[in-house]
Design a protein around this ligand. Structure first.
Ligand SMILES: [Fe+2]
Ligand SMILES: [Fe+2]
Length: 275
């Protein structure tokens, strides 16, 4: 079972860059091509927010257009740059987009043996994230409905701190409540997020918390506590979460752009590897 996690697309109306210089439509097109080139292909794709940038309905139209080559189910949760209702409208043809109450876009679906729970941390007109009692109740019920299924939880705002002060100021404000829920549900193996535009990993509620890199621009690492947040064109990437009964969850990083190689280890080292 494979789930690709793409995050922080920041699409603008066709032809416009994000942040004046980030050609997000081109970068998303390349990321989709990389997903399609994976062998085996993922069983599903989950997008952890900031699909749109402003949000403008044309940005969601472009998102659906750019994602349309993907033959597997595509799920999405909103980020702070999204509108939960605009995102629901964009995916109105999908049953999962209609599981949650007005104002929130949440879902629980099964991808093979794995339960994928998407949570909405959007707070209208705010940059930080918050779940609140109603959204947490949805998550609690979704977990209670399948206590024995290995579960991957996906949301936009990281519930784990990065150590970067500007990013942590706009994280998930009620992460403690989510951690308690995850701790009470040991079937949750991974809690995956976006928002920071930079990958990192930390324990969370007895599970593994992972923040994915963006498929577009990345945030410059700054652990000094000084200066303004900066972005850079570090290599765009996405995560490929695998699960099997033998191994449990394993998360791989997939770079979008081609790298030099591949080269044959056995020719280069003189060590003979069987074909
Ligand atoms: Fe973002
Ligand atoms: Fe964000």
């Amino acid at each position: 079972m494979l789930i690709a996690q793409l995050t922080d697309l920041h699409l603008r109306p066709r032809g416009l860059p994000a942040l004046r210089v980030v050609e997000t439509a081109t970068m998303v097109r390349r990321a989709v091509a990389r997903v399609l080139a994976l062998d085996p292909r993922p069983d599903a794709v989950v997008i952890t927010g900031d699909i749109a940038d402003t949000p403008d309905p044309r940005e969601y139209e472009l998102a659906r257009d750019l994602l349309s080559p993907l033959p597997m189910p595509v799920y999405a949760v909103p980020g702070n740059h999204d509108s939960s209702e605009a995102l629901r409208t964009a995916f109105a043809d999908a049953a999962w987009a209609h599981q949650s109450a007005a104002g929130s876009l949440q879902f629980a679906v099964d991808v093979g043996p794995v339960r994928l729970v998407g949570l909405d941390t959007n707070v209208p007109d705010e940059t930080h994230g918050f779940l609140g009692a109603e959204r947490l109740d949805f998550a609690r019920n979704a977990l209670a409905a399948a206590p024995d299924r290995p579960t991957l939880m996906a949301l936009h705002h990281p519930p784990i701190p990065s150590g970067m002060k500007d990013m942590d100021a706009i994280g998930l404000r009620d992460a403690d409540a989510l951690a308690a829920l995850v701790r009470a549900n040991p079937q949750v193996g991974l809690v995956v997020a976006g928002h920071v535009h930079r990958p990192y990993v930390a324990p969370f509620g007895g599970a593994v918390g992972i923040v994915a890199p963006s498929v577009c621009h990345q945030t410059v690492l700054n652990l000094s506590g000084r200066g303004k947040p900066l972005f850079a064109f570090e290599p765009p990437a996405f995560l490929l979460h695998a699960w099997s009964a033998e191994t449990g969850f394993i998360s791989h990083t997939i770079y979008v752009e081609d790298a030099a190689g591949p080269y044959d280890y056995s020719r280069a080292s003189g060590v003979l590897w069987p074909d």
